[in-house]
Design a protein around this ligand. Structure first.
Ligand SMILES: O=C(O)CCC(=O)C(=O)O
Length: 251
């Protein structure tokens, strides 16, 4: 896919650590994506590894919170991510060829959908150099009440902050000293409409609120791309994944 995006997009990404692309998908495209997700949840989820999907309340299947590696289970999601306009954006922002690492689904069920703790994705990726982006696509209206994403502008230029354990399923790490004057001064909330795309650098600090509404869900897709120059510290990553699996068993 050879779509061209203006150079100003990359300049803005390099400066702020994120870009916001309203209406990246049309209402028809969002409708079709939502229908494909419903199909997959009804028919395909049972074939997934237990490590790849979680419920907010494991005794209630209406509280599906997260799915990951969707591209490995279903050709629709692979086609969404590979040779697609999402991939073209990642290539433009990282200025090199990219590899899709995962396609995810994020929901915050009403009342019980927990906050996403402040973190930098690169802490989980363990890459050198940190040449990676995460995309977050709104599948429905998202605002401060049901838990919109918040970015700390320019934080990708200031290195990796110290992370520690959380009890939040799917987001096991958070920045331990988040909330400094500088964090709060530079943090921006991004309410979004269906089809709006947010893309952030792997060092950009971000979080999202809890879903405090009584009856609205908060559904979004995530797509992660690494630049081909980014190399993983495989030993550290394996150790970390084993640790996570052990902790998940205890939950
Ligand atoms: O959907 C969310 O709450 C946040 C997603 C996120 O933090 C991420 O993809 O890194």
């Amino acid at each position: 896919m050879n779509e061209q995006y203006p150079k100003s997009l990359k300049l803005s990404f390099d400066k702020d650590g994120y870009v916001y692309l309203p209406g990246f998908l049309s209402p028809e495209e969002v409708k079709s994506l939502n229908a494909q997700l419903q199909r997959f949840i009804a028919e395909g989820i049972s074939a997934m590894s237990a490590a790849h999907y979680f419920y907010e309340d494991k005794n209630d299947t209406t509280t599906l919170k997260q799915m990951q590696d969707l591209e490995k289970y279903d050709p629709y999601f692979k086609a969404l991510a590979v040779d697609s306009k999402f991939e073209a954006i990642a290539r433009t922002l990282l200025d090199e060829n990219v590899v899709c690492k995962t396609v995810e689904y994020f929901n915050k069920p009403p009342k019980i959908g927990k906050a996403t703790p402040p973190h930098q994705d690169g802490y989980y990726f363990m890459l050198n150099p940190q040449q990676a982006v995460t995309m977050w696509l709104a599948l429905e209206k998202v605002d401060e009440e049901n838990g919109c994403v918040r970015y700390v502008k320019g934080s990708h230029l200031k290195g990796m902050r110290r992370h520690g354990r959380t009890s939040t399923l799917g987001f096991s790490q958070q920045i331990v000293d988040f909330g400094t004057e500088e964090d709060m001064k530079n943090e921006i909330a991004f309410p979004a409409s269906p089809g709006d795309l947010l893309v952030h650098h792997s060092l950009t600090i971000h979080r999202a609120g809890a879903n405090t509404t009584a009856n609205r869900t908060r559904k979004a897709m995530g797509l992660i791309y690494w630049g081909e120059s980014a190399k993983e510290d495989k030993v550290a990553k394996e150790r970390y994944m084993e640790q996570l699996a052990k902790e998940r068993e205890k939950m």
